[in-house]
Design a protein around this ligand. Sequence first.
Ligand code: APR
Length: 403
Amino acid sequence: MESVAGRESTTVVVIGAGPAGLTVANLLRRSGIACVVLERRTREYVAQRQRAGIVETRAVRMFDSWGLADRVLGGVPSDGLLEFRVDGESHLVSDSDGSAGPAARLCPQQVLVQKLTAAYLADGGDLRFEAADVSLHELTGDRPTVSYRAADGTVHTITCSFVAGCDGDRGTSRSAVPDGFLTAHAFDHGIGWLTVLADAPPPAHPLLAVSPQGFAAHFPRGPHSSRYYLQCPPDDHPDAWTDSRVWEALRTRLADAALVSGPITDREVFRLRSLVHDPMQYGRLFLVGDAAHIVSPMGGKGMNLALHDADLFAGAVRDFVHDHDDTALRTYSQRCLRRVWSDQEFSHWLTRTLHDAGDDTHSGRFRRGLARARLDRLFTSSAAAQAFAELTTGVDLTGDTQV
Ligand code: APR
């Protein structure tokens, strides 16, 4: 028989301890607002999950404004340069937009997650790993409840004022919303990427390459490790990419015969797809990060959007709890979606540009011409370069953040 623990109460239950959930939890804690984080996996599993690698300028300044930048950001500051290599010809583009303040950091997601976890726990935060069967109830009332089963088998129920659904695209929060309430806007580029992680020297600058054989990229992931991307059919199997095939394809597409290889520690194939759920709120449930939207990885916006949502949500709860002002809660979805669509557009533009520019097929020739014209403009027009820098740093939209 399963045992039932007593009923608990808090202000916010946060579901999921990825970048979104941990940021929400830390910001609430900074505001003196009680919360409980429920995470399905173990601490070790969450801390090792490798994904994004860049905390954009806007997000760095966001952590700074909450007094957390020094504690939660690792990695190294970006030198503000991005290399585009088109058929072997190199073009350095600055992602410095000229605004004052700290700039982006090359901070692997797992480093951010480890530091956010440590900061939250050091501040006395309540974080419960291995929380199974999380279920949400009475979301349209004043006091929703969240139930879960702890690792020891006891079933817990927590009453709260708000639920932050930070449990990713395959989480449980969004499924608590009745059918038909949310609209899903989905897009599939029909493109696959093989992603490879290797203990091999990082590039001088994040590198994006266009070639007739397809897109390729090389990003730093630490002093001695790199992540590489190779365009491939979306249904390719990673096993079809032997080590020698990976290095040969990278050397060809990056036009670098001397590229230094190293042991490959991970390889995966995924589809480039995008998804937006609208609205991002149902009653007292607020969707944050991947639970609300997926952005294709080109442009590095997925994790940064999660951090943006977390900032707006925590600020809105703070206004409500401390000032009895619910304006920011009521406009949460609308304000988040403004940036979500802006980042989707940037990611879509960059994805199309860098894949179409290498498309040498008969049917692709027209789009190839368009894409190369866009690159030409980016490399030669200071106004185009400035617009690109604003989009990359995330300081393109004003009036939507706490910063
Ligand atoms: N109950 C509790 N926790 C859950 C549940 C559940 N039913 N389902 C998922 N989770 C947890 C996952 O184990 C994970 O730790 O929720 C967390 C969700 O984290 P992410 O998937 O990383 O999503 P998010 O925090 O929104 O991160 C935003 O950064 O690089 C990216 O791809 C990543 O774009 C994503 C992003």
